[in-house]
Design a protein around this ligand. Structure first.
Ligand code: TEU
Length: 565
């Protein structure tokens, strides 16, 4: 691909390899399993595959704790398998986006092993080491250098008894944060990135990349609950973040013989900051993953559930559309390996599962930006019916359960939150067919397959023209073939309507109108549609509906796209 802007009409598909397809019967997905399933991706028509980590890892955080950035974990295969995947994707006109996890390494990475080995090891300053708080002894309660709480519960500091110093880990204690203030660290990361580009990969999804610049004075955070404080204001979008990303662009991404696609995962990023990160003139990243729309249905923490509020969702997404309308670019997602299944969260995973899954696809893919399809989203896969805590495997969920129950929370309430929002919901194996374990493995799957794989699976969807899968295929094709979908101006309509999501897209003399009924009751959109009576119905998730969608009357969970010129 030489056209510099090919990516503005692209759709990215995220593969979580551990749960995608297992080729050797060990119950864990692998690269050869993925290579064997490329027809599915080609049917969908996606352009790029974002591959979650396949690197050597102790698997403390499901591969986001990396012990060797330039190899493949034997559980997933070999570097030869990865080279074969790159070639196979390129042959089909698709690209490969690797997951770049460089805010932290595994504590088993040789860099950290050296850094920890002694106070004067040359790599000591590759991580954040600090003595106990002034006037306190190592190991004393509260002696940690700051009061910050980890994303995975507990303190963000771990005491290393040998040296009597603490090291920083925003995530698990087996994920020590790299010290990006140290130019040697930055150079080592850039060299590794160039090594992957030389191997033929086409882009990077950058894990929590806005955490790499921190307030080096390491101030305490505000204590909202319990005894630990909120460190996020001191580690998100820190003072040198734009400097580091601009340097990374200069040192790695610029001057290549073809476009390198980048997306920065940025917890806590605002649309104002995203404008700076994605302004092409600034040459930092192409787009960012915001979490703002993922926060409309919970209070301070992801476990404090709130009911879904469509107005809140539209307000956030509308603001991001407006904010990046003229400069910069949006990413668009409902799902990934960290979020519960959208059809269970924002749709209706019971009677209206298929229709509401198609509605969610229509709404997202008709926004301006690059859509990301997470494995199984195109099948309308749902949350899993988890039972007790023994059903869960994700460190984030297990640590939260232990800490919350330990602090006196009702175990049933905590379990209800885990069942609704736990990351394991996104990590149950891809459902390929109705056979045992959904065709994911011939062995015992590392995490149980959803029992509904008997009816929710790729094989059944492929032969059903009305399936969620074929609806997603149509959405991808629309983006490739109808310029107003990728490039048209976005205008939100009915911003305060609690049931109808409505907006237009306009480019030159073409205009689209998207109407979506987020509910199980028929409804009439409160819009004057006289100018749309002759419009073309470009897409409708209800075949043979009783009403003409151009009247604005919408059946339960109906989503339509009208086009007029
Ligand atoms: O996620 C960053 C992150 O912020 C999430 O952990 C989020 O806070 C949580 O899941 C609630 O939504 C990235 C990776 O996507 C995640 O899988 C890793 O666990 C994390 O970074 C550490 O690498």
């Amino acid at each position: 691909r030489t056209d510099e802007d090919w990516w503005r009409t692209a759709v990215v598909y995220q593969v979580y390899p551990r749960s995608f397809a297992d080729s050797d019967g060990d119950g864990i997905g692998d690269l050869r399993g993925l290579i064997g399933r490329l027809d599915h991706l080609e049917l969908l028509g996606v352009d790029v595959v974002w591959l979650s980590p396949i690197y050597p890892s102790p698997q403390d955080d499901a591969g986001y704790d990396i012990s060797d950035y330039q190899d493949v974990d034997p559980a997933f295969g070999t570097l030869d398998d990865l080279d074969e995947l790159v070639a196979a994707l390129h042959e089909r006109g698709m690209g490969l986006m690797m997951d770049l996890v460089v805010n932290h390494t595994s504590d088993e990475h040789p860099w950290f092993v050296a850094s920890r080995s002694s106070l004067d090891d040359p790599k000591r300053d590759w991580y954040w080491w600090r003595p106990p708080r002034a006037g306190m002894a190592a190991g004393d309660p509260g002696a940690e250098p700051t009061n910050w709480e980890s994303f995975f519960s507990g303190s963000t500091w771990e005491l290393d008894a040998a040296s009597g110093e603490y090291y920083l880990h925003l995530f698990s204690r087996k994920q020590p944060d790299l010290n990006w203030e140290n130019p040697e660290v930055r150079e080592a990361v850039y060299a590794m990135m160039r090594w992957w580009l030389d191997r033929g990969v086409d882009g990077f999804r950058m894990d929590v990349i806005n955490l790499i610049s921190k307030d080096t004075s390491l101030p305490d955070g505000i204590v909202h609950a319990g005894v630990l404080g909120d460190g996020t204001p001191h580690v998100m979008n820190g003072p040198r973040i734009h400097e580091f990303l601009a340097e990374m662009h200069r040192e790695v991404l610029a001057g290549r013989d073809r476009k390198v696609l980048t997306v920065g995962e940025m917890p806590g990023v605002t649309v104002e900051e995203a404008l700076l990160f994605t302004d092409p003139i600034r040459a930092e990243v192409d787009m960012v993953f915001t979490f703002e729309h993922m926060g409309v249905d919970h209070a301070r923490t992801k476990w404090d559930l709130l009911p879904f509020d469509l107005v809140a969702l539209k307000t956030v997404l509308g603001r991001w559309q407006t904010g990046l309308a003229d400069v910069g670019w949006n990413s668009l997602y409902w799902n990934n390996h960290d979020q519960p299944r959208a059809v269970s969260r924002f749709g209706d995973d019971g009677q209206w599962r298929e229709r509401s899954a198609k509605l969610l696809g229509t709404v997202l893919h008709l926004h301006r930006g690059t859509p990301y399809v997470y494995q199984g989203e195109e099948l309308g896969m749902t949350n899993h019916p988890f039972g007790g805590i023994e059903d869960f495997q994700d460190i984030e969920s297990l640590n939260h359960h232990e800490q919350a129950v330990g602090l006196g929370a009702d175990p049933d309430d905590v379990l209800a939150s885990l069942r609704s929002r736990g990351r394991d919901n996104a990590r149950t194996p891809m459902q390929w067919d109705a056979s045992p374990h959904g065709g994911f493995t011939t062995g015992r799957p590392w995490l149980a397959v959803n029992p509904n794989h008997v009816e929710v699976n790729a094989e059944a969807a492929t032969t059903d023209e009305d399936s969620v899968l074929h609806h997603y295929r149509r959405l991808v094709r629309l983006r490739h073939e109808v310029p107003v979908v990728a490039l048209g101006d976005f205008t939100m309509l009915l911003p305060q309507d609690e049931r109808v999501y409505a907006f237009t897209r306009a480019l030159d003399d073409e205009e689209l109108l998207v109407l979506a009924n987020f509910g199980a009751d028929p409804i009439r959109a409160d819009l004057d549609l006289t100018g749309w009576s002759e419009a073309e119905v470009l897409l409708d998730n209800v075949r043979g509906g009783s009403d003409d969608p151009r009247t604005g009357r919408l059946e339960p969970w109906q989503a339509v796209v009208l086009r007029r010129t």
